[in-house]
Design a protein around this ligand. Structure first.
Ligand code: ASP
Length: 338
């Protein structure tokens, strides 16, 4: 029988209203089971690992990502697939982080959650959970159909490190702006195998040391020298710079000087776009030519979530500045298109 481990971290899916404050708070897995009697009808051998405490995903952090990755790696041979129940708010960060931590993954790790708690009549939780389990159980020629970390939400399966949460009100909470969906659930489950990662030939490797000493610089017309230098002159080791269009910034001398000074001080600067679709193309415009010349790294079409977790991951390894810079511009887990 197909064996699946459900890892319950928290999120709206299992929340209930606090009778005193009225706010939604995480609740235990038992009530999820009670609300989804269908689980018993699925022909899978299901085990549950419940986090303690159960979290709203706004409280996620790299230590908890490491805990999650360790659970999967320790039980890797026991289960055919893993379903992680997680709050939607930071699900794309966790999915991105796990994709880097679990190198050579050959089994499905499917994150899901919901916009309405499982106890609500109109909940989206049941469908998300049941189909996530089906996806985690699907095999082709004896191998997992999806050897990837992915997110299943509202009838669509996304590559985790390509996903973003873009809507906090609709059931369609996620999108994958720069990569096609991996599968779709209608009357049948349709898998789009051309877009799914190949099975690795090497065994799973867990790499969960993250370095979080990273700053974020989001540009806007009117940004001033104090704001920019608060980041560029800080003690961070790397900066994710969110730029305009295809990677463009102001060409004001003080701005480019500030970036150059930071690079000379050993800070790695990665350029990603504020646009959700499309990629950074350094040198396409005059307003990104200088960035390219001074050694700013292109994040191409990576999401913010993938960029920051990839940097934390690479900076946690024993790698040189040049190695990290080179790897940032390569696809490690299908997170970018060069
Ligand atoms: N605040 C919740 C969380 O991320 C939202 C959700 O689950 O959709 O844990």
């Amino acid at each position: 029988m197909t064996k699946i481990l459900i890892i319950y971290t928290g999120g709206t899916i299992g929340m209930v209203n606090d009778p005193v404050t009225g706010a939604l708070i995480p609740f235990d897995f038992k009530q999820i089971q009670q609300n989804v009697p269908e689980l018993a009808r699925l022909n899978y051998d299901l085990d549950v690992h419940s986090f303690d405490p159960i979290l709203d995903s706004s409280n996620m952090n790299p230590e908890i990502w490491a805990e999650l990755a360790a659970i999967i790696s320790n039980q890797y041979d026991v289960y055919d697939g893993f379903v992680i129940l997680h709050g939607s708010d930071t699900m794309s960060f966790t999915a991105s982080a796990l994709s880097f931590m679990l190198k050579n993954l050959s089994k499905p790790v499917v994150l899901t959650g919901s916009q309405l708690p499982i106890g609500e009549i109109r909940t989206d939780a049941k469908e998300n959970l049941i189909t996530a389990l089906e996806i985690a159980a699907t095999k082709i020629n004896g191998q997992a159909m999806i050897p990837e970390v992915c997110i299943y939400f509202d009838y669509q399966l996304f590559r985790g490190n390509r996903s973003i949460k873009y809507n906090s009100e609709k059931f369609e909470a996620f999108r994958s702006p720069n990569y096609p969906i991996l599968a779709e659930a209608g009357v049948t489950l349709s898998f789009y195998s051309n877009y799914i990662q190949q099975h690795p030939s090497e065994p799973l490797v867990l790499e969960s040391v993250f370095n979080t000493n990273i700053g974020v610089l989001k540009l806007y017309p009117g940004i001033n020298i104090n704001t920019v230098q608060a980041i560029t002159r800080s003690s961070v080791q790397a900066i994710v710079m969110e730029t305009f269009g295809s990677g463009n910034t102001t060409t004001a001398q003080w701005f480019t000087d500030s970036l150059e000074e930071a690079i000379h001080a050993g800070k790695l600067i990665v350029d990603i776009s504020q646009c959700q679709r499309g990629a950074v193309e350094l040198g396409k415009y005059e307003t990104s030519k200088k960035l390219q010349q001074m050694g700013v790294i292109s994040g191409f079409d990576m999401t913010f979530e993938a960029t920051i977790t990839k940097l934390m991951y690479l900076m946690g390894q024993d790698l040189s500045y040049q190695q990290i810079a080179a790897l940032m511009e390569q696809s490690l887990r299908g997170e970018l298109t060069v």
